[in-house]
Design a protein around this ligand. Sequence first.
Ligand code: SF4
Length: 893
Amino acid sequence: MSSTQSIRTIKTTCPYCGVGCGVKATVSASGAVRIAGDEDHPSNFGRLCSKGSALADVLVPEGRLRMPQIGGQDVSWDAALHAVASRFKAVIAEHGPDATAFYVSGQLLTEDYYIANKLMKGYIGSANIDTNSRLCMASSVAGHKRAFGEDIVPGTYEDFDHADLVVLTGSNFAWCHPVLHQRLMAAKAARPELMIVAIDPRKTATTQQADMHLDLAPGSDVALFQGLLRWLSDNGHDDSGFIAGHTQGLSKALAACDDFSIAQVARRTQLPAHTLAQFYALFAKTEKTVTVYSQGVNQAADGTDRVGAIINCHLFTGRIGRPGMGPFSITGQPNAMGGREVGGLANQLACHMDLENPQHRATARAFWGAPHMPGKAGLKAVDLFDAVASGKVKAIWIMATNPVDSLPNADKVRRALETCETVVVSDVTTDTDTAKLADILLPAMAWGEKNGTVTNSERRISRQRRLKNATGEARADWDIMCDVARRMGWSEAFDFSSEVEIFREYAAMTAFDNDGSRGLDLSALADVTAEAYDALEPVQWPVVKGKAPGGRLFENGGFYTPSRRANFIVPAQAAAQPRTLDLPFTLNTGRIRDQWHSMTRTGLSATLSQHLAEPFVEIHPEDARQAGIKDASLAEISSRTGSVIVRALVTPRQRRGSVFVPMHWTDQFASNGRVDALVAPQTDPFSGQPALKSTAVYVQPYAAQWHGFAVLRHRPQSLPGRYWAIAPVHGGWRLECAGQGALGQSYEAFLEAIRQGQQPIRYDDAQGGQHRAAIFAGDTLAAALFFSKTLVGVSRQWASSLLDPDRDEMPSSLHILAGRAASDQTDQGAIVCACMNVGINTIRAAAGRASDVDSIGACTGAGTNCGSCRGEIKQILEDLRADKNAIQTAVGG
Ligand code: SF4
């Protein structure tokens, strides 16, 4: 930390995705925080994406849980902790340890995670602790363990700089891991011969910037890589030395590829045979190949097999552990890797040991001095909440996550928690859909308040550091758990008073009984001092005394199977949930560029909410036509477990027969947008990871009889219509709503509810079905409402800007009611570049003098900061060119 008298600059780590970018936070004497990328951090070298750049926006007191609560009433910490300890003790005494459970999160720091595991697995004596990382990358964990014997990512981010071919499969890299994507695009700019292949059923910002896009049929990933293995074998691309020296099981794996000729793979993937041949030949001839996989691979009923099929191709060609090559799992969450390291999954012990391995159990028992140790794996996330629903689990403690929104069959999860005897939730926010169901609610420190470590996708451990004091009485998660453990009778084992003490114990455990049989080894940090921990620079593991830390693994074999050889895998063919006549679409779920998980943090940022302010469904134009759904209208999507109402985005980017809905919206931001209520609870048999991208659904129009749009200085208590979606804007909120029933009545009721005694300026055309109003509090606009029988034709960006406190001048009431800028004022349209605040109209206008993404950047600034929007800018330019060509053709014709 460097400091002057009044300003401190603190290095910390972004709390969002698994890239793990270093952040420099400059804290002024008044407590204001300025965020920049850390140029010295080897994971990002100063870059941040839009979410990371907006971190200061979310360091606000709004919505924070400040005091412990029991039954909705504020209580002292003493009372709350006593209640948690006594309820857990009572359930254990009456029903045994397996009647209790923890459900934790990749948002926790490694020190928190370590304590949670030690408490549940070593002291309570159950393995019923699972993490929301189960939803994110459990199939990669299982795939690594099957192939390598341990959950190890072999490569480093530097491999992107060295690779000649990068295959991105099941990864919308540009939106979900933007800084790594930018690193890849920088490598491409420096070496245009670097080829990028994107494998995705959908056209995305990532496929847009790739050299080749394989838009394979959903669920055909294993077939694609089985075909690749067969093609590599048929054409003599094996690394026979690596295979003979460091692997086993090849003959069975090759036999399993017999039915995967190019013609057969073409049928399964619905890709043209010549495209497949082109991809296979490119892979074969390019030694320096990195294959990146993420949630599109993991979140499938055959996710572990997909991982195995990818790794097979790298083992076969010996492309692992050397510069610019290797299979590379990129995690979704900031500390998914740290959680894996300390045993965050129900089937693991800490330090990459296995619960079902008696030797490992003995090691952990001895190290912890554990009085109780489960003999078998605990319940994985979906099964765990089933056990809550059936009453087998009677006390659950949920930490830093929101399963009522994120687990499949989410309505069932909600019902399960409603009926559970004891639900403890520790979180930073009062008002999540899960926190609302807590019997005991514990305020936890948020990012910027807590201290500890996280591990990113390349095995790099970085510090998260405190920037400011805790909000209210919030405490660190590890501290809360230690206090409960002490009250349950285990004072000595949980006598920690700081993060470094926990980290030291964890590092020592990685070395305990580790004769080289486990790759995760932090022994050189086992006696780290408090000062050294405070100053800890990002470090990649293994960190062993006398050796340079980190680096690539497995170049010369040394896998962690009993034979020290890597296993080739024989994938089975798992069927996705079949589409049926009544459920004819496959639902794919995923992320958008500027939101994170269930929006408890990013949803606070007006900057981040500008990009996409409503839940939506992407649907192909032909499918939309057949379903009677128009662009920008509302669609109702239903499955066997639930339904949502979302805005229709009709686009040829979406594959026919499939629809895409983002995962982020909760009851705090939309009336019916919780997409996981639709998702079937189908899981991968090895990893237990839910298939979040292949639910059979039905899509139909939502027949709204009225539509509304409003900008509001304050968020109203209740919102109108069966459909509403609300998002922050600078200086207030923007609201979309729609419903059935009489337009005029709905409008008047809402106007009455929000006008708070002010006299609105109105425009009403009852016959034409138009009602508009502007409400002023003194000279300040308090609200503007636009209700209509049809979709509301108002410039959202312009109307939202009316609330902006930095706005120079307020347009006339006439223009406000007209809903658009006067001809001498600018309306930049929907924001494309959140970092530089550039809208689509500005980009379109600049396209007259700029023909590519870089020159648009030079003219407008768009795409010049984090670069996550470059794919969209490219698409806008292509759409404009296509329109121009169409006009010329029409005129010429
Ligand atoms: Fe944070 Fe963005 Fe970096 Fe991910 S890519 S760690 S979200 S700044």
